[in-house]
Structures are given as structure tokens and as C-alpha cells.
Design a protein. Structure first.
Length: 159
């Protein structure tokens, strides 16, 4: 891993981190998932039960975020990396940290390349990344919403 990046664990995000995270979210995820108001994004963050956050910073600029949290009876995750941080092993490092002390993790992953980011560039499905990191797509479990079409992926600790 590149030494110019620092990883920080936290159970609570600062206001500054939440603003930077919303900007990262809006820049890297499809425009259909973007947030216009910080209060709406804060409300999303508040829905994450018992979160454990991992922040990646480069010279105090937030360039990556991952969190694992409880939803119903299972453990879930969310992850996002700035395009400047992609291809440097940071995503796999985040995944390994998320997996630590877990038996199972679930997530929703956009599995097509039809989405567009807010800057007009195409959003590329990260499904291959998750498969490379031992997640298995459940093709029979989909999330189909007006602004999101995704497949459920699950990682299970092998003993």
C-alpha cells in the first residue's frame, strides 16, 4: 500500500468528514444516487446501525471510505474510493479490514455499466472487484428501485 495514504478507524464521523464523504459519494457514485443536501446525507449515515468506519486520507483529503454496520440480523458494508485511489491496492486493503472479525458481510453492487456519474463520465460496475475479493453474487437477490438496480453480494469466512 502507498505510504502517502493514511487509514483511520472510527465509530463516529466528524462534521468535516461527513461533508467530505458526501462530496466523494456524489463524485464517484452514479448521479441517480447523489445527495443534494447535507442533512439528507447525514440522515443516511444515521441509518447505519453500530457502524465501524474506515477513512482513507491523502494529505488530510478524504479519498476513501468503508463502513460495516448491522441491518436486520446481518452485517453489511459500504465502500467508496476516489478514482485517484483506485488501482493502488487500497480497495482490497479496505475489504480485508472490513472482513476482520466478521463471519459474513453483505452488500449491494451495481452489476451493469449503464449508469452515469454527476460529471457525465460512465460509472463502471465494481462487481469484478468484489468477486476478486471472494464475494459471491446472489443473482436471485436483487434490489430494484427507481434510482438503483443492484445485486446482493456476500462474503463468508472460510474456516
Amino acid at each position: 500500500m502507498d505510504k502517502t495514504f493514511t487509514l483511520q478507524n472510527s465509530v463516529k464521523l466528524s462534521e468535516e468528514d461527513i461533508i467530505a464523504l458526501m462530496n466523494l459519494w456524489n463524485h464517484e457514485y452514479p448521479s441517480s444516487l447523489s445527495y443534494n443536501r447535507i442533512t439528507d446525507f447525514e440522515n443516511y449515515i444515521k441509518t447505519l446501525l453500530f457502524p465501524e468506519h474506515i477513512l482513507i486520507k491523502n494529505e488530510n483529503h478524504l479519498i476513501g471510505w468503508a463502513a460495516k454496520f448491522d441491518r436486520e440480523t446481518d452485517r453489511w458494508f459500504v465502500i467508496i474510493l476516489s478514482r485517484i485511489a483506485q488501482g493502488k491496492g487500497l480497495g482490497s486493503e479496505l475489504m480485508n479490514r472490513l472482513k476482520k472479525n466478521e463471519c459474513r458481510l453483505n452488500g449491494w453492487v451495481i452489476d451493469h455499466d449503464l449508469e452515469i456519474k454527476t460529471d457525465g463520465s460512465p460509472y463502471q460496475s465494481p462487481l469484478g472487484f468484489y468477486i476478486k475479493n471472494e464475494f459471491i453474487p446472489a443473482t436471485d437477490q436483487r434490489l430494484e428501485l427507481p434510482n438503483l438496480s443492484a445485486v446482493k453480494v456476500t462474503w463468508t469466512h472460510r474456516i
